[in-house]
Structures are given as structure tokens and as C-alpha cells.
Design a protein around this ligand. Structure first.
Ligand code: FE2
Ligand code: FE2
Length: 308
């Protein structure tokens, strides 16, 4: 089997190697919005129909902050934890020197993604004067760790690796469209574009990595891995509601009204459909190795509403 690899010209092509620092210049952003409005479900709720432009802008900006801060935490705390394990050979798959070095290239990419995500948050905060609300990655981390404990309690670092496989192979189609969305701040389009370009290589690396990993597992461990994957996909894609609540309260919405907006905009079936859509590549990857031919895993897939 071929080993997982990143771009052969990584030293020339990776954003961290030669990409410019993206800067917000206010005259370039005139008439544009910080994030696409259609990606913010609660902005379309009737409870906000009468809200003034300032409130709508504040909510949109908070949504942008949350996405960027989520990215920054995720890269450093989840993806790079796994990338380091791969690089140092502290996993169940034995890789050759090139593939291990590539894992550190990914590590460098992700550290840079975390850096430019936080950088652009700070630049937008300065330009718009919409204060960044505190962001807590803890609940997401707790969900990911819980899935590891439930399905792979005796497998050391395997859960950390599978979390990376899930995050690196899901594809959020809507985000991929941001670089071409001419209504959005140029700096945001540039930063998201830089990110998407690197991630194409990561996706290929971890899809290949997963296949190698699967081939090396015992039948008993395969069952556990197959059962855990739908949960990891769900853990990484299901949006956090708490930051949305905090954003609604921050613009002065009464608590009861905020709960109503959350209930209406983040209904279970809508969230599940979103996970199914963005997770389809990862689920197909699992399917391609026969993971969902295992009845217990099929059951978990159905339990989460992620079966076709
Ligand atoms: Fe990244
Ligand atoms: Fe990545």
C-alpha cells in the first residue's frame, strides 16, 4: 500500500512557507460583510426581523469570531496532538521516514492556520469594535474525549488519531465557497482560501492513513474503531449552541427569546442533516474499508441518524 504523503512541493507551496500575512484594510472591505449571512441560521429567524443593522452586524461578527476561534483551538489542541503522535511513530501504524516527516509538515500547516485565524479575529475586532466574546473549546473537547473513553478505553492514543482522521476528512462545502463569495470581506476570503488550499493535501494524507491503519488492526479493534467513527464525525461537525446563546444575549436579547431562537434554528433534524452532509466523505471512507459492514457499527450510524 502507498504511504500517506502531502504535496511533493510542500516547501514551496504551503501557506506557512511562502504565503503573505493577510491584512484587513478598511477601504478594501467597504460594502462587504465579515461572513456570509446565509451561513448564520439565527440571523434569519423572525425574532430578529426587526433588529437594527448594528445588532445584525454584531451577531454576524460574533459568528465569524466563533468559527475562527474554533479553528484555532481545534488545530492546536486536537489536530496537532494527533499529528505529533504520527510524526513520532507513537501510533499503531508503522510509517516510513517520509510519511512521518510529512506529519510534521501538517503540524506546521496547522500551527500556521491557528495563527492566522487568531490574527484575523484580532484585526476584525480592531476594525469593527465588536468585542470578541470569551470562547470555550472545553465542551467540544469533552465530547471528543468521551467518545474515545466509551469506544476505545484501552487503546492509548488511537482515539486521538481517529479524531484527526475525522476532522481532516470532513468537508464543509459551504466554507469552501467563501473564497469565491464576493459579498465577504477580502481578508476573510483570503484567509479561508489559504486554509482550504492546505487542507486538500491533509485530506488526502489522512484518508490514506486511515486505510493503512485499518489494514493493521485486529478484527476486535476494527469493531471498536468502526463504532467510534460515526461518533467522532458527529462530535466534530455538530455546532456548539452555547456560543450562539452568548452572542444573542450579548446584543440584549431576553433569555427566553434567545432560547426560542435556538430551538427553532438548531432543531435536531437540521443539525443531523448538516452532519450527514459535511461528514459524507469520512463516512464513505469508513464504508470503503468495510467498517459499516460490521453490524454494531451500522447500528451506531443509524442511532446518530447518519445512515443513508
Ligand atoms: Fe488546518
Ligand atoms: Fe488540516
Amino acid at each position: 500500500m502507498t504511504e500517506p504523503r502531502v504535496a511533493p512541493d510542500w516547501y514551496e507551496s504551503a501557506g506557512v512557507r511562502g504565503g503573505p500575512r493577510r491584512m484587513l484594510e478598511e477601504d478594501r472591505e467597504a460594502g462587504l460583510t465579515v461572513f456570509p449571512e446565509h451561513l448564520v441560521p439565527h440571523l434569519h429567524h423572525e425574532g430578529l426581523a426587526g433588529a437594527g443593522a448594528d445588532i445584525r452586524r454584531a451577531l454576524l461578527t460574533q459568528h465569524f469570531y466563533q468559527y475562527m476561534l474554533f479553528t484555532s483551538h481545534l488545530e492546536t489542541k486536537v489536530v496537532n496532538r494527533g499529528a505529533a503522535l504520527v510524526a513520532h511513530g507513537e501510533t499503531d501504524v508503522e510509517l516510513g521516514p517520509d510519511a512521518r516527516l510529512d506529519a510534521l509538515k501538517i503540524y506546521s500547516d496547522e500551527a500556521y492556520h491557528a495563527l492566522f485565524s487568531l490574527d484575523v479575529v484580532q484585526q476584525v475586532e480592531k476594525a469593527t469594535a465588536v468585542p470578541v466574546l470569551p470562547y470555550d473549546f472545553g465542551p467540544r473537547m469533552a465530547r471528543l474525549d468521551r467518545t474515545g473513553r466509551v469506544f476505545l478505553p484501552d487503546h492509548g492514543t488511537l482515539a486521538h488519531i481517529l479524531q484527526v482522521v475525522a476532522f481532516e476528512t470532513v468537508v464543509t462545502r459551504m466554507l469552501a465557497r467563501i473564497p469565491r463569495d464576493e459579498t465577504v470581506f477580502r481578508v476573510v476570503r483570503e484567509v479561508v482560501g489559504d486554509h482550504v488550499r492546505d487542507e486538500v493535501h491533509h485530506h488526502a494524507y489522512f484518508a490514506r492513513y486511515f486505510k493503512e491503519l485499518w489494514a493493521s488492526l485486529t478484527p476486535a479493534t476494527r469493531v471498536k474503531v468502526a463504532c467510534s467513527m460515526p461518533h467522532f464525525v458527529n462530535d466534530c461537525l455538530r455546532p456548539d449552541i452555547a456560543p450562539v446563546r452568548a452572542a444573542l444575549l450579548s446584543v440584549g436579547m431576553p433569555a427566553e427569546r434567545a432560547e426560542e431562537v435556538l430551538r427553532d434554528c438548531y432543531r435536531e433534524e437540521v443539525l443531523t442533516a448538516g452532519v450527514r452532509d459535511a461528514g459524507r466523505h469520512t463516512l464513505r471512507l469508513c464504508e470503503s474499508v468495510g467498517a459499516f459492514d460490521i453490524p454494531e457499527a451500522r447500528e451506531q450510524l443509524q442511532l446518530l441518524g447518519l445512515a443513508d
